[in-house]
Design a protein around this ligand. Structure first.
Ligand SMILES: [Fe+2]
Length: 179
């Protein structure tokens, strides 16, 4: 089977505590959120979350970009991330209420991708296939490498509770861990 994701064997409870604190301080936990995908300055985040910085140092990765993905009462849309070699695979971390959600991968009909640009400049492709075929899924409980070029979405099992994950693009691209 095509590799879609890989859970890393790493205790990320300290990373989760520090990134949660960061989110609380910048208002991602309590304030109204306009976008689901919010890039933040990697330097500021790594300074606020030393356990996260240590993770990347030990793993030998240079951090390129850090973004929070925030879902509330909406299901995540089925999408493919913008194509970019350095962003083929990303490392995702649970921050808040990820345990009642499933990140799902689908197969879709060729030609059913549609390009979008959010008004904060983030670009992605939505999947317009009305009958996507479910392939596999996982619950984000620990750092996980995910193949963001395969159609994926986050399914929220208990809507109404804010869910936050952190997604990090690194160099070298961790796609090698998937194949
Ligand atoms: Fe994505």
């Amino acid at each position: 089977m095509k590799p879609y994701y890989l859970e890393l064997d790493w205790d990320s409870s300290q990373i989760q505590a520090e990134t949660y604190d960061y989110c609380r301080q910048v208002g991602f936990v309590d304030s109204e959120i306009k976008h689901q995908f919010i890039p933040v300055d990697p330097k500021g985040l790594l300074a606020a979350a030393p356990a996260l910085a240590e993770f990347f140092n030990l793993a030998g990765y240079r951090v390129i970009s850090t973004s929070f993905y925030i879902l509330e009462d909406l299901q995540g849309n089925l999408h493919v991330d913008r194509y970019d070699y350095l962003k083929m695979a990303r490392i995702n971390f649970p921050v808040l209420n990820c345990s009642n959600t499933v990140t799902e991968f689908y197969k879709i009909r060729k030609g059913s991708l549609k390009y979008h640009i959010q008004d904060n400049g983030v670009t992605y492709y939505s999947c317009e296939d009305p009958k996507p075929k479910f392939v596999t899924g996982f619950t984000l409980n620990k750092p996980t490498v995910i193949n963001v070029l395969e159609p994926h979405r986050v399914r929220v099992i208990n809507p109404g509770i804010r869910r936050i994950s952190l997604t990090v693009a690194v160099d070298p691209n961790p796609v090698d861990l998937l194949f």
